[in-house]
Design a protein around this ligand. Sequence first.
Ligand code: DAT
Length: 167
Amino acid sequence: MNSSPQIILLTGTPGVGKTTVAALLHQKGFQVLSLNDFIISDGLYFGFDYIRESVIIDEEIVQKKLLNLFSTISGYLIIESHAAEIVPAEFVHHIIILRCAPKILRARLEQFRKYSKAKINENIQAEIMEECLIATQEIFPAEKIIQIDSSSSSPDEIAEKIISIIS
Ligand code: DAT
């Protein structure tokens, strides 16, 4: 099938709720891709950075594989990723950045993640410094970027907001 999917990027610092909201959107009938799962399952990385506790992504091959995938699908595709800037920009319809109050984010990361203290602090710092927002603003026009606060809305409310943005 020759097609041109419309990508909705769901991004934000780890712990803001991307996976949870993406799963709800999938339940509601949307096509969803976890970029991290895609990278791991297809081995699209050079190795593991033990200091930063994250995989070292082979961005070029990820982009090639994404373009292959995009040529086989149509309609909306929600891509959930911390590293939104890897996704070929010409397909991106909207970028949804989930945000979270640092105190709440810390509680989530301490409760649900097996991160070291250093990794938790790094993520809190990234949220305070708006790193995801700045990274997306460098690539995408302001009118495509929408921020949603995950500290004050439930995952279901956020999913519904995203659906209303798409429609
Ligand atoms: P991410 O995929 O961005 O790393 P997640 O979906 O795994 O984040 O969520 C981290 C934890 O926070 C998870 O245990 C569920 C909880 N959570 C997610 N969104 C929430 C929300 N809007 N309100 C309260 N808790 C939330």
